[in-house]
Write a protein that binds this ligand. Structure first.
Ligand code: PLP
Ligand code: SF4
Length: 364
C-alpha cells in the first residue's frame, strides 16, 4: 500500500476525532508527510471513549498510534538506523548480524503504524519494500548460508502478506535442511485479528518449529477477537511468545505490565522480551530511563509468577546486538578477595551471603 493509500485508510476509519481533521494542525500534517499513519477498526474499538463517545487522546492504546507533533523533535543521540541493521544486510530484505539467525523482511507494510517504531522511517515505500525477485534472492541467501539455524520473519509485518504468499515462503524455508526454526514477529493478532483466517492458519502449519512473537504493549489491546486469533494460532501449532516495548505514559509501571503479562500467560502466550525503547528519530517522548525500567522489572519480579517475566532488553545502538539490562541480583563480595564469595538479593530487598561450591573445577 502506498503512503497515500494508508493515510486514506486511516481517515476512512473514523479517526478524525483523534487527529482533529476539522482544524488540522500544520505540524501534525508534517508528521503524516514524514511517517506512515495507520490504525485498524479493531484497534479503534479498544480505545476508551469519553462521556460524549469521543476517543480519549491519552488512552494507552491511542498514544501508540496517534500522530504527535513531538515526532518532529529529534534529539542528537537519536539515529536513522538506531540498531545498525543497514551494515549487516548482505542482500535486500535480510539482516544477518548473528551467525545462527537472520532477520528476513518480506514486506515493508504493517497493519498499523506504531509511533515509536524503531523502523518507522524505513516502512511503507521505504527501505524494506521487496519485489518478487528480491524475495527469491533473500531465500537463496538463506539456502546458501549453512550457518542459518533460525529465520525470523519481520518487517513490516509478515502477516499482512496473503496466506498464499506466506505459504510459499514457509514452504521454501521448510525445504531448507539447515533451517530448524522459523519465527514470525507480528502485531497482526492483536491489531488486525480478522487477518488470522482459516486460510492463514493453514498456511502457518509447518513441520518446522514455528514461533510467533506477538507485539503487544497493554492488556487493553487484547480484545476478545485478539484472544480468538491467538487461540487459532495456538491450535495451528504456533508456539506463542510476546514482545513488549517499554513506553512512557503507556505501560511504564509495574501494575500495567503485570496485568499485561498475566493476561498473556493465561492465554498461552509466554512473555519473551520487554524492549527498552530504541533511539529512533523523533521518539524521545516515549523513552523511559534504564533506571526506571530496572525498577519496574524488579517490582514485577516481586509480584508475579516466573512465567510473567520477560527479559528486559536493550538493543545497543550501532548494531552491537541485544543484551539483558534488568538489575542484577548477584554481585561479588567486595570485602573479600575470594572469587567464590557472593552477595545475592532477595525479593524483600535483603542481601544474603552466598558461598560458591568449593569444587575442583580449578584443575582444568
Ligand atoms: C533482534 C534481532 C535478532 C533476534 O534476537 P533474539 O535475541 O534471538 O530474539 C536477530 N537478528 C537481529 C539483527 C536482530 O536485531
Ligand atoms: S507493527 Fe512493528 S514494524 Fe510495524 S510500525 Fe508497529 S512496531 Fe513498527
Amino acid at each position: 500500500m502506498t503512503r497515500a493509500a494508508v493515510k486514506q485508510t486511516y481517515k476512512n476509519r473514523g479517526t478524525n476525532d483523534l487527529v482533529n481533521d476539522q482544524a488540522p494542525d500544520p505540524a501534525l500534517k508534517q508528521v503524516a508527510e514524514k511517517y506512515n499513519v495507520g490504525i485498524t477498526a479493531a484497534v479503534m474499538d479498544t480505545i476508551k471513549t469519553d462521556a460524549n463517545g469521543k476517543h480519549i487522546k491519552h488512552d494507552p492504546v491511542a498514544l501508540q498510534y496517534m500522530p504527535d507533533t513531538r515526532e518532529l523533535v529529534e534529539t542528537p543521540d537519536e539515529r536513522f538506523d538506531p540498531i545498525g541493521d543497514i551494515p549487516h544486510s548482505p542482500v535486500k530484505g535480510i539482516v544477518h548480524r548473528h551467525k545462527d539467525r537472520v532477520l528476513f523482511m518480506p514486506t515493508s507494510t504493517c497493519a498499523v503504524y506504531c509511533r515509536y517504531c524503531f523502523r518507522k522511517e524505513k516502512l511503507g515505500a521505504g527501505e524494506y519494500a521487496l519485489k518478487k525477485a528480491d524475495i527469491e534472492q533473500a531465500l537463496d541467501y538463506i539456502e546458501n548460508t549453512k550457518d542459518i539455524w533460525e529465520v525470523i520473519l519481520t518487517g513490516g509485518d509478515p502477516l499482512v502478506l496473503s496466506a498464499k504468499r506466506l505459504k510459499y515462503i514457509l514452504d521454501r524455508l521448510e525445504a531448507i535442511e539447515h533451517v530448524a526454526v522459523i519465527r514470525i514477529h507480528s502485531r497482526v493478532p492483536v491489531a488486525a485479528p480478522d487477518k488470522i483466517t482459516d486460510e492463514m492458519c493453514a498456511a502457518l502449519k509447518t513441520r518446522k518449529a514455528l514461533y510467533m512473537a506477538v507485539h503487544v504493549n497493554h492488556a487493553q489491546e487484547i480484545s476478545s477477537a485478539a484472544e480468538d486469533a491467538l487461540f487459532k494460532l495456538h491450535q495451528s501449532g504456533c508456539v506463542l511468545l510476546s514482545q513488549t516495548v517499554l513506553l512512557k505514559k503507556i505501560n511504564d509501571n509495574a501494575d500495567t505490565l503485570e496485568a499485561l503479562f498475566r493476561k498473556l500467560v493465561s492465554i498461552r502466550v509466554k512473555p519473551y522480551y520487554l524492549h527498552h525503547a530504541d533511539k529512533t528519530l523523533g521518539t524521545s517522548h516515549f523513552r523511559t530511563t534504564i533506571k526506571e525500567g530496572q525498577h519496574i522489572t524488579q517490582e514485577l519480579r516481586k509480584n508475579a509468577s516466573g512465567l510473567c517475566q520477560p527479559t528486559y532488553i536493550l538493543d545497543i545502538p550501532g548494531g552491537h546486538g541485544k543484551i539483558p539490562v534488568a538489575r542484577t541480583y548477584i554481585r561479588q563480595n567486595g570485602q573479600c578477595s575470594n572469587e567464590k564469595s557472593w552477595n545475592v538479593l532477595d525479593h524483600q530487598d535483603q542481601w544474603h551471603h552466598y558461598e560458591d561450591h568449593q569444587g575442583n573445577e580449578d584443575k582444568n
